[in-house]
Write a protein of this length. Structure first.
Length: 288
């Protein structure tokens, strides 16, 4: 790792507020602290999210439908915890893409949801950001959006299409991923405390658990894991303090959130490498 990333630029594209913190919080905090320009684009405001804070249940889409504005505040607080200054919603100021809900649910069919967005139009909004920010690296989801949520899939499609359409050439593109070995260990620990968080009997049933050989990069963000945990707490309607996310760190240690894994889909792997042959720096080989 460099001691300074001044002049280096990273773009993260996510579907809902909280996705960025869960997937990339330590990575974002690390690079921002070391001087990189970190930009986050969030595609929806998460209006259909399940509310885990009982006293805020009235914000749900079935009641006052006020969860979206509340999650905007949560996102701002989370970004403050991570030290991120540049965070925006896709098409901000032009239009609002609404949360599509889980796959197969009624909100999928609303004309204003992100799942129904015209791909080229949505990509064009992101192209404007890319050509303004000029990121060296792009981080987003894989082709199934991690676990199959329509907005995650659409965020992947929009990010990849925008990277193709932009005149600015992004040097490296990474997809978020989690190795099977980590998921398997997490499942066992959660079973010990009676949690069925993953909703599966074994790791092979989990779509987002990738074979370890598909892991190209591992960012050690453990020096910034406290900032990540603070950001997770900021998303309090979505992440319960006594829920499985914090149970993972209680039972596996904070490194379960400090280590973040990636698959490289554009660009070449470059040193430095860890003992397992993973890149340890997403900017490795980048010409700034």
């Amino acid at each position: 790792m460099r001691t300074s990333y001044k002049g280096f630029r990273a773009l993260f594209v996510h579907a809902h507020p909280d996705d960025e913190t869960i997937n990339n919080g330590a990575t974002m905090a690390l690079y921002a602290a070391l001087g990189a320009q970190v930009t986050l684009i969030t595609c929806t405001r998460g209006e259909e999210g399940e509310i885990l804070t009982p006293e805020l249940s009235h914000l749900s889409s079935a009641q006052t439908d006020a969860l979206g504005p509340h999650r905007e505040i949560e996102l701002a607080n989370a970004m403050n915890a991570l030290g991120i200054k540049d965070f925006r919603f896709l098409a901000q100021g032009a239009r609002t893409y609404r949360d599509s809900g889980m796959m197969g649910t009624d909100p999928n069919d609303r004309p204003d949801v992100f799942w129904q967005a015209d791909l080229e139009e949505a990509a064009d909004y992101l192209v404007k950001v890319i050509e303004e920010v000029k990121p060296h690296i792009l981080i987003t989801y894989d082709e199934i959006g991690g676990y199959g949520h329509p907005d995650h899939i659409q965020a992947h499609r929009v990010a990849m299409r925008a990277s193709e359409k932009s005149k600015w050439q992004i040097q490296k593109i990474y997809w978020n991923t989690i190795p099977k070995s980590i998921i398997a260990e997490s499942m066992e620990k959660l079973k010990e405390i009676g949690s069925d968080f993953f909703g599966a009997e074994n790791v092979d049933e989990i779509a987002f658990a990738k074979a370890d050989e598909f892991i190209d990069a591992l960012v050690d963000g453990n020096s910034y894991v406290e900032q990540k945990m603070a950001a997770m707490k900021a998303h309090h309607t979505q992440i319960s303090l006594d829920g499985p996310f914090f149970a993972l760190s209680d039972n596996l240690g904070l490194q379960v959130w400090g280590n973040e894994f990636y698959t490289l889909v554009k660009g070449e792997k470059a040193a430095p490498f860890d003992e397992a042959g993973h890149e340890s720096d997403l900017f490795a080989g980048v010409i700034a």
